[in-house]
Design a protein around this ligand. Sequence first.
Ligand code: GLA
Length: 390
Amino acid sequence: MTSESTETVSGVALTRAFHDRFGVGPDGLWRAPGRVNLIGEHTDYNEGLVLPFAIDRATTVAVRLRTDRTVRLASAFGAADPVEFDLDTFNPDSATGWSAYPAGVAWELRQAGVSLPGFDLYVSSDVPVGAGLSSSAALECAVALALSDLCGAGLAHAQLAEVGRRAENNVVGAPTGIMDQYASMLGAADSAVFVDCRDGSSRHIPLDLNNAGLVCLVIDTKVSHAHADGGYASRRNSCVRAAANLGVKALRDLTVIDLPRAERTLDEEAFRRVRHIVTENQRVVRTAELLVSEGPYAIGEILNASHHSMRDDFEISCPELDLAVEAARANGALGSRMTGGGFGGSAIAFVPATDAEKVGYSVETAFAARGYQRPDVFAVLPSDGAKQQS
Ligand code: GLA
């Protein structure tokens, strides 16, 4: 088990890399974190409730404005040569690979009326890619904040989160909701972010794990998930269809009182999808209440119930995620659930600090016994959202 980020993004190293690539120093450095979702899965695009937190792993971008309408994008993990394009001839349908994220943000900022003169950008990150920890949103949010600051656009963090989501939907082509960008933009140390995805309102909920003697372990199953793939989109479409069949604007508009009617109206599978969303919204509210009234030790059973709902009703788990959750619980976790879009990626486990090593080791042993790839297990802390680093 690793207890901290394997690669810390040093500002000095990033400035040097920018200089090596572009021959001049950056105007500044901006960082935005990845996230885990504590609870509230697939509720965001149903105009429901979510409770994610920003983690202590982030993407950092070094940026310098240019005046010739050119954009050059380079990265610590990308190809040797920068991706280069002209702002005025950029075609959002043609963007591919990692550069689609910063290019998409530039495109969406321009759609929002921000006047961009051109820029050079170098990116580095210690958010694992493909682990379901929102490396995409971290990149989008770091770029959005950097360009907004440098251009004096004065957009609020919540507006920049929307810019990031639109880049992901319209340019990258992933039909995701707003949760990840909100968590990355609005996170705060020792807090989760409660977001009402209907009206965009948010508030911080205390989540001081250190004080409580708890650790939040991430178990990255290494099973790849991709939101552009069918599973996520098909769940989203099922929810839209079910809402229409039940005569509501979004599944957010239903409560448990409506479930018997939903069961009579919908086919069996569509009903289970609806039941997950309705009960998950309820669990988000209850989790926030418990965190305020009793603290993080009280939420274990709700995290477990959320996982069962995702496994059985929404069907977005996989054998590796189920094993991670079961092994963590059997060895001392108070609660554990998959986090993020599902079909792979990561689970989280809330564990007393004294048991963290044992839980990590037990999960790895359980994976080895089943012949699964070795998972990456590490602790994360609720952290601040996007900001200028220097
Ligand atoms: C992904 C998406 C989010 C959200 C989650 C599931 O992380 O990007 O918008 O829908 O899946 O809760």
